[in-house]
Design a protein around this ligand. Sequence first.
Ligand SMILES: [Zn+2]
Length: 245
Amino acid sequence: MNGPGIELTLAPELRLFAPPSRRLDRVPTATDGASSLGHVVESAGVPLTEVGRLLVDGSEVPVSYVPRAGQSVEVFGVDRPQRIPGAPLRFLLDVHLGTLARRLRLLGVDAAYDNEDPGDPALATRSAAESRVLLSRDRGLLRRREIFAGAYVYSDNPDEQLRDVLGRFAPALAPWTRCTACNGTLREADKDSVGDRLEHGTQRSYDVFAQCADCERVYWRGAHHSRLERIVDEALAEFGDGATV
Ligand SMILES: [Zn+2]
């Protein structure tokens, strides 16, 4: 681009998206005189899903604003918690985020996920059709225009990913109410009603408490339960209050 020059300042939390030369304050940036600020910010490497307020010479403007020569632009990250208007809060995760999907479900958060990658166009279309916030570490996917809403997942560590999403969106938590395998809702169950679905040893040793209304998977307090309880307890301790949706 070789038009009007502006000065661009990215908020510190957005600088990881930009090349090193753009990670400073007031970086001289050429525009083409016709592109929106949203386009300029995306060209700097920052997905618009991560952008909150935009200030031009100190005044807030929309992403459609076309910057003029000599203006100083400040780009802020999203507010946390971030409100997503237009639908109940629910998520769609890309194929690389299976562990995060299961942990969100464990906490009762609606988290759609496919083990087989449906491809970027299908994910974006589903996000729009079901009004789901698309979670991904793929910036190209988050740039697709048709998505309902999206969020970049900043870490590749599942513990940090969970804290990132819970802190960013503050979803209501309802542990042990959703199937971690299929995202269906759980209903109460007892050994007698599901006994034919259990191994004999399981039936003797464990206390059945729930069954998925969709895939009929049975849940009991088994060998992995203490690890899951730790995840639930830590999430409730840090994020159990203040949930609003
Ligand atoms: Zn299920």
